[in-house]
Design a protein around this ligand. Structure first.
Ligand SMILES: *[C@@H]1O[C@H](CO)[C@@H](O)[C@H](O)[C@H]1NC(C)=O
Ligand SMILES: *[C@@H]1O[C@H](CO)[C@@H](O)[C@H](O)[C@H]1NC(C)=O
Ligand SMILES: *[C@@H]1O[C@H](CO)[C@@H](O)[C@H](O)[C@H]1NC(C)=O
Ligand SMILES: *[C@@H]1O[C@H](CO)[C@@H](O)[C@H](O)[C@H]1NC(C)=O
Ligand SMILES: *[C@@H]1O[C@H](CO)[C@@H](O)[C@H](O)[C@H]1NC(C)=O
Ligand SMILES: *[C@@H]1O[C@H](CO)[C@@H](O)[C@H](O)[C@H]1NC(C)=O
Length: 166
């Protein structure tokens, strides 16, 4: 029980840092992000209009030990700016998508620490620099999209280790 409470506090602190860094203002920190409440879980529109935000945080909870962790962060077209905060790396995410925002700076290599990631979408931002070789550690990765940024250089050879990529 104690470790569960500790984990949720830690994850919420990470979300605070992310919100502050990227200017995400509509998360309600009085609500538990693992309750699927409205400020954390905005059901996406069905008609696929690109003008409408797609912003979702969901958790995976274990029925056996009751532990929850944040599994999915999607922030499509949320007009977010700034750089990717280091705190992402503390989250055991399976899905991270910040497509179609205005995020600048290099792609942080420490995203390679989120080895639980299956879906990583960074396309349509203003990332610059090279693809971090640390991405070779994302051995569970199935989807990776990086297009429409200002990236330079070659694909790092470590990506050859991503045998689950589809
Ligand atoms: C945030 O959540 C709390 C608790 O559910 C609620 O009382 C409050 O009105 C919410 N704030 C906003 C701005 O929606
Ligand atoms: C929140 O939503 C996710 C995805 O729909 C689901 O897997 C999870 O069980 C939900 N959590 C709660 C507490 O309802
Ligand atoms: C929202 O984003 C997720 C992840 O990219 C995607 O799977 C889903 O189809 C999107 N929903 C809409 C309505 O665009
Ligand atoms: C999209 O998201 C941003 C930040 O989360 C918000 O400020 C903006 O009003 C949203 N736009 C729409 C059309 O909902
Ligand atoms: C995350 O990755 C960075 C750079 O690859 C590394 O220096 C750091 O020790 C890692 N942090 C954790 C908690 O594993
Ligand atoms: C692939 O992974 C193995 C085992 O972790 C490592 O020894 C090797 O250097 C990696 N290959 C590349 C090209 O990074």
């Amino acid at each position: 029980m104690a470790s569960r409470i500790y984990f949720i506090i830690f994850a919420v602190n990470a979300l605070h840092e992310i919100a502050a860094e990227l200017g995400k203002k509509d998360w309600n920190f009085s609500e538990n992000p693992c309750n699927n409440k409205s400020s954390w879980f905005t059901p996406p529109p069905t008609h696929g209009s690109q003008a409408i935000n797609n912003s979702t945080v969901t958790c995976k909870c274990s029925f056996t030990n009751g532990e929850c962790h944040i599994e999915v962060i999607i922030l499509h077209r949320n007009y977010l700016k700034g750089i990717i905060p280091h705190e992402w790396a503390a989250l055991k995410l399976e899905t991270l998508s910040v497509a179609m925002d205005h995020i600048t700076g290099p792609i942080p290599g420490n995203l390679g620490n989120i080895t639980t990631l299956k879906y990583l979408s960074l396309e349509n931002n203003q990332f610059s620099g090279t693809i971090p070789p640390e991405f070779g550690r994302l051995v569970n990765l199935e989807y990776l999209t990086l297009n429409a940024n200002y990236l330079t250089g070659k694909f790092p050879s470590s990506l050859a280790n991503l045998s689950n990529l589809k």
